[in-house]
Design a protein around this ligand. Structure first.
Ligand code: 2M8
Length: 420
């Protein structure tokens, strides 16, 4: 079974390879996505290291002058996806891109490639990628944490990568949707609409894109005025982890000034996460910085504290308890949203389904904590899901049914690098 699935996963990555960069899946997502490409690089690294580096290098071709690495790189216009480059209206001189970022997993991936590839060429790759990664992290800390709270905000649900998470609903309800005009979605022609965000979500997504476009995607204006600006435990923990990985690379490269800058960000975030801790829920939640509201929902990102290197028992013990509560409730961990919450929906995208990449991140954290049992539960559940339902985009945590797109790149990559 395993060898057959290995071959299938390799074939999917090759089929979705459009020449140096990989699309998440045909039809539904025909462009290069930011964190998808980072995970895909881990998959390629299991059988073709050069191709793994290339995936990351092509992602950074889309980097903006201010350091931001966009969430989509539009290498050629494809009418099967909405919203395409003309809706974003960005002015990046190099390649058309979207106007905001996505979870910064790339530095963590690059560190792994660097450790795997001990060749002289590997050293050259990292030397050229290091300043680009550092600039991106600096952009995040400057513009998505403008007041220095030590937590990272998103300006659009898409920036979290967890698009229709119930935790965005309240903050997004303040976004004025009266001026968005007519539009036609494409996603619901590829996938059952029951597995996708609702119309009200898309109305709000487009209103925020309009805000960005009207303000030339200026990150300073975004920080001051964007109608949606919510601190995300996902991006905060992922960046904290990535800062630590970048610090390890800075030390290996003798980049002392950068190392000091990274240490400052790490110290700030280690303290800042207290702002996301909901004492009553005993969990890490979102924080709506525009409206000053601490969220109450527990999502899969609430379990990323170990991955971020957080070790305080006051955080870790309740995190384990929530894990066990949820694990007892579903057949397959980790649902993207708390199954005890009234807004949980087992098949609707980021409101309940299991995502292989998130399982991989959470399990990495638990394993590093020495918590092999919980890490292994995540891995064996992921294996069981893929064996049952193939390389789907996401899975129902109760039935194990696959959902969204199929022949999905990051599910294949996660299989190759971790689950198999
Ligand atoms: C999903 O998001 C895109 C927008 O970025 C979409 O639905 O159109 C999310 O799952 C996101 O995390 C992912 O990177 C992207 C491509 O797989 O699809």
């Amino acid at each position: 079974m395993s060898a057959q699935l290995d071959n299938q996963a390799i074939s999917i990555l090759k089929e979705n390879d459009l020449g140096g960069y990989t699309i998440p899946t045909k039809g539904l997502y025909p462009y290069q996505w930011n964190w998808d490409s980072a995970f895909v690089a881990l998959g390629f690294a299991t059988f073709n290291m050069d191709r793994a580096w290339e995936e990351i290098e092509l992602l950074f071709e889309g980097q903006w002058d201010d350091g931001m690495v966009p969430h989509i790189i539009f290498r050629k216009d494809d009418p099967s996806y909405f919203p395409g480059p003309s809706v974003w209206g960005t002015t990046n001189p190099k390649i058309p891109t979207s106007g905001h970022s996505q979870p910064p997993v790339a530095a963590t991936v690059v560190r792994r490639l660097f450790e795997q590839d001990t060749s002289a060429a590997g050293k050259e790759k990292i030397k050229s990628l290091f300043p680009k990664l550092l600039a991106w992290h600096r952009w995040y800390h400057t513009y998505r944490d403008p007041e220095g709270h030590g937590v990272i905000a998103i300006m659009h649900p898409w920036e979290s990568g967890r698009d229709n998470l119930p935790d965005w609903d309240n903050a997004a309800s303040y976004v004025d949707i009266s001026d968005i005009g007519e539009y036609t979605r494409k996603d619901t022609s590829h996938v059952n609409p029951e597995m996708r965000p609702k119309k009200i979500d898309y109305d709000r997504y487009l209103a925020i894109v309009k805000f960005g476009r009207d303000n030339n995607w200026d990150p300073k204006i975004v920080a001051e005025q964007c109608p949606f600006f919510v601190a995300d435990p996902g991006n905060t923990f992922i960046l904290l982890r990535a800062d630590r990985d970048l610090l390890a690379m800075a030390e290996a490269l003798g980049e002392t000034e950068a190392a000091e800058e990274l240490k400052g960000w790490i110290a700030l975030t280690e303290k800042g996460i207290a702002k996301l801790w909901n004492e009553e829920k005993q969990a890490f939640c979102t924080y709506d910085l525009r409206n000053d509201v601490l969220g109450t929902g527990i999502s899969s990102a609430s379990f990323l504290a170990p991955y971020a290197g957080i070790r305080e028992e006051k955080y870790i013990n309740p995190t384990r308890e929530h894990f066990d509560r949820i694990a007892a409730k579903v057949n397959y961990t980790m649902p993207s949203y708390d199954p005890d919450h009234p807004l949980f929906e087992s098949m609707r995208y980021w409101r309940g389904p299991v995502w292989g990449i998130i399982n991989y991140l959470i399990a990495t954290g638990f394993a590093e904590l020495g918590d092999a049992a919980r890490a292994e539960r995540l891995r064996t559940d992921t294996v069981a899901l893929i064996e049952k339902s193939d390389f789907a985009e996401y899975f129902d945590p109760i039935t194990g049914e696959g959902a969204g797109g199929n022949s999905f790149s990051w599910t294949s990559a996660i299989w190759l690098t971790w689950a198999t």
